[in-house]
Write a protein that binds this ligand. Structure first.
Ligand code: SF4
Length: 483
């Protein structure tokens, strides 16, 4: 398995074409906007070598029997599902941000199961192809980015009805040796600093959308691929300061890109679905459930950091013993552990699929992610409430270090006597950045919008069963079914 340094060094060899703020990115590893996200992804490699974490971050490959990264492992038991969640909480606690590698992990897991089922029904050989690919990923310990969300254009129209057919990624040519695809994938977490891109369809498809029902994997630097790296809250702070970034080493959220596929060639051995539209929706649902399972893992790791930061901020300004502060901290912990309970529960209640892999309980996984869309906002609100208005009004690091006015910042932003002003400012900046715009939007829309989870909850809730329970207890005779 790669170390964090080996992962970072391996990125230097990639020829990924990327743009950020109107300029071509020549060296992503040294680019200040991208480097913190690379550091966060590197933690998924480095922590696998730490004796304290290796039991969580590594697993035994069911294909080769070798010790591999959990991020390339297919869950073989409910214990594996639970360890997946615990892994993410542990890395979240150590990075305080999104470490990106789970989208590809969940893509690999979902494609593993669905290719097996396609082959069973259609007599195709996608699964064997995929297993060869997976073996390569496990052995070389590569970072895979999952690419699902298409730009979608007019949401009221299906893929084949769009005025521009490229608004959903699709096959434009089938050749003897492979396919050619065109389109784009949006919001791609960690794509720019991944070795491989695993593409999946974004929604269920009908027969007229067979060209859009496509799944494949390609190296991130193949001809025709182009990344446009997105902006984030406070991103210009990465250019010229450290303290004001809050978490300069690992950044905030994952580092998302728009990825454009300009007639990209994919050899058949890397194609895992091509035209089997009946399975597009299944692949989306499987991927979404595996990724929603995660959110009570990684986000609770972040919430642990936020609770700790808030407590420190309260202490630095002398209010940590106030009853209302303790009460709000307890509320933050309560919300955090409620999220964690959901992820552990959906993992424990997982079941085996036809492929032999384990799948979390989809109702509980979707409920967990739906809770994240609210609870992370509430945890952030409480953090800001306790920290106070200086989240919004603090002068810059440059003022703090200014030869003439620095002494005033030192003097007038001082909290309790034995804590340096700079420490107080550092913790406030961490809270500011962890509870800011992009971080909250990610909690809302990462792994799909709340509405997507509501649809799944409705589908899984078995409301008729609940109604029958009530009717029976109320002594109401159920109407006989008409023949
Ligand atoms: Fe992983 Fe969480 Fe980031 Fe998704 S949001 S990629 S689960 S760290």
């Amino acid at each position: 398995m790669k170390t964090g340094k080996e992962y970072i060094d391996s990125l230097r060899d990639l020829k990924t074409i990327a743009y950020y703020m109107g300029e071509r990115v020549d060296n992503m590893v040294e680019n200040p906007a991208i480097r913190p996200h690379i550091n966060a992804a590197a933690a998924t490699y480095e922590m696998a070598h730490d004796p304290l974490h290796e039991d969580l971050l590594t697993a035994t490959s069911h294909l080769t029997g070798e010790r591999i990264s959990r991020f390339t492992h297919i869950p073989q038991s409910t214990d594996d599902l639970v360890k997946k969640v615990k892994t993410l909480r542990a890395i979240g606690q150590n990075t305080g941000t999104c470490f990106q590698r789970c989208v590809g992990m969940d893509g690999l897991i979902a494609v593993n199961g669905v290719t097996y089922e396609i082959d069973q029904q259609k007599g195709t050989n996608y699964h064997q192809r995929f297993l060869e690919y997976l073996k390569m990923i496990q052995t070389e310990d590569l970072m895979v980015a999952g690419a699902m969300t298409d730009p979608k254009g007019d949401r009221s129209l299906s893929p084949s009805k769009q005025s521009d057919p490229d608004l959903y990624l699709h096959v434009v040519e089938r050749r003897r040796d492979g396919i050619v695809v065109r389109g784009a994938k949006a919001h791609m977490t960690g794509g720019i600093n991944s070795h491989e891109i695993l593409v999946m369809p974004t929604t269920g498809m009908g027969p007229e959308e067979a060209d859009y029902a496509v799944s494949f994997a390609i190296p991130a630097d193949v001809p025709g691929m182009l990344f446009v790296f997105g902006r984030q809250t406070n991103d210009t702070r990465k250019e010229d300061c450290q303290i004001d970034q809050g978490n300069a080493q690992f950044g905030i959220v994952g580092g998302e890109s728009l990825v454009i596929f300009n007639d990209v060639f994919v050899p058949w051995e890397r194609v895992f679905m091509c035209g089997e539209y009946e399975f597009a929706g299944l692949l989306v649902e499987r991927f979404a459930t595996y990724h929603r399972q995660n959110y009570g893992g990684c986000k609770t790791g972040l919430a642990d950091v936020l609770v700790g930061a808030t407590l420190a901020a309260a202490q630095y300004q002398g209010v940590d013993r106030a009853a209302h502060i303790r009460d709000k901290i307890v509320e933050m912990v309560h919300l955090t552990e409620t999220l964690y309970s959901g992820s552990i529960a959906c993992s424990e209640e997982g079941h085996k699929l036809a492929s032999g892999q384990y799948f979390p309980n989809p109702l509980l996984a979707n409920t967990t992610k739906l809770n994240v869309t609210r609870f992370m906002y509430e945890i952030s609100r409480l953090a800001q409430d306790i920290t106070g208005g200086l989240i919004a009004t603090l002068p810059s690091e440059k003022d703090l270090k200014h030869p003439e006015i620095g002494k005033y910042i030192e003097k007038y932003f001082k909290g309790i006597a034995d804590v340096p002003t700079e420490d107080r400012i550092r913790i406030v900046r961490l809270i500011e950045n962890m509870t800011g715009g992009t971080a909250l939007a990610e909690a809302m829309h990462g792994a799909g919008s709340p509405q997507a989870q509501r649809i799944m909850v409705l589908r899984q809730a078995n409301l008729e069963h609940k109604k029958r329970l009530a009717i029976k207890l109320a002594g109401i005779k159920e109407p006989k079914e008409s023949t």
